[in-house]
Design a protein around this ligand. Sequence first.
Ligand code: BES
Ligand code: ZN
Ligand code: ZN
Length: 509
Amino acid sequence: MKASLERREATSAGSDAVVTGVFERGEKETSFPKSLAKEDAVAKGLLKAAWDRREIRGRRREVTVLHLPDGRRRLVVLGLGARSGFDAEVIRRAAADAVRTLKGRGARTASFRLPAFVQEGVTSESALRAVVDGAYLGGYEFLRYRSTTDGAVEEIALALGDELLRDETGLREALDEEVTVAETVVWTRDIANLPADTASPERLAEEARQLGKELGIKVTVFDEGKLREMHCGGILAVGGGSSAHPPRMIVLEYPGGSRRGRTVAVVGKGITFDSGGISIKPALHMSEMKFDKSGAVAVLGILRAAALLKVPPRVVGVMACAENVPSGTSYRPGDVVRTYNGKTIEVLNTDAEGRVVLSDALGYVVAEHHPDEVIDLATLTSAQVTALGDDMAGLVSTDDRLASGLLAAAREAGEPLWRMPLTDYHRTLVKSEVADVRNSIEIPTAGMLTASAFLENFVGSTPWAHLDIAGPAYTNEQTRKYQPPYMSHGATAFGVRLVSRYLLQSPKA
Ligand code: BES
Ligand code: ZN
Ligand code: ZN
């Protein structure tokens, strides 16, 4: 996908499709909206005819495609729903619906009439960002293993027209920034969607090295030998079952856009396949556990965006990668492992492996890189999905400033987060009789929060935020129906947009 700013009216552009929006009409409303006058003029009255016949109601998710009398272009009218509920998220979804509808209809280029979306307090900048997100992410498909594909929209134009010409300079900057982020999400999805036979821990290390070369990011890869020297007993235990795909801890360092800036560490769970190990999972949906690396792959994407956008803080990324499979060398329930920071873990369930690999990664990054704050991303618990669903992530944090910064970035980026509590109740539950902590409490209570209480043991006093992205990290046939249309089939790269935005907004000193 490509995007450009266009000064002309969308209706006079040469694109294969003109895309506009309309609010929901009242039951008794008959008069044709003035806001669609330009569209109706190029449609030579056909739009008004459809309106008069009540074929267009402006309801949310309604998409109307008319052919313009020039016989070549299409006009796409997106329902925006009631004015009262209108915001950037409505635009993001509508733009995604537009490119998805145009797929396979021979439209290669689409001009969005930006003024149609600058309404009800939504600024031209946030409307533009939402259209870019919706079009790039909604139009995304994982094509690597497909031999055929329907023609899709490849280029969008954001048409300013007279109404928005005065905003041109600012909008150009916003467009560059948003396109960089959206392209990075697409890039991240392409890696996150790779199945486990291909995306081994070493392959993820290779992706990191490649990225490092391209963007001047320092990349260090710790293999099994090195992990043993470092006493990373957690990641070694989890990865121990797979001799074919041994574990890796991958560290990426972006130096920061401002000298003597803050350091933000971003840590990701990178289980390239989570079979559950000896505590094996049921077969149904097990294939989805190829997405259990989504946190680590998001870290890769976040570092890419940080370097391309030259965000102010120094950013250290850590990807904790291992394959969790059963074999004669797998770790077992009952085992006790010693982690990087010296704390020991009683393993009660080998399927609670995410927290075990993260223990080393968190312990390592706070001890060796002295970050001002740590953010981790992990498809950690099914309890997150039960509590919050498939469209938002759970946030657990020991630091109110960090938490509110992330919540604000999440709101702007359109990647929702919901903060959950962490109390002594959860801390008590993860205590062990034989080790410092246990990785499973074996009763179905507050699973997301006991997992968080476990992780807290490895961050010391560093301000920390944990994002449990189990729900929104990927979609499947069932959840797709309810998830926003910009969450494409498979990996969504959830977290990249929100953490990139957070880093962009991070103070310079
Ligand atoms: N990777 C899973 C969590 C998960 C489940 C992610 C569903 C995405 C969708 C994780 O490793 C896991 O299996 N967690 C267990 C922990 C339990 C054994 C304490 C869970 O949540 O059931
Ligand atoms: Zn698991
Ligand atoms: Zn897992």
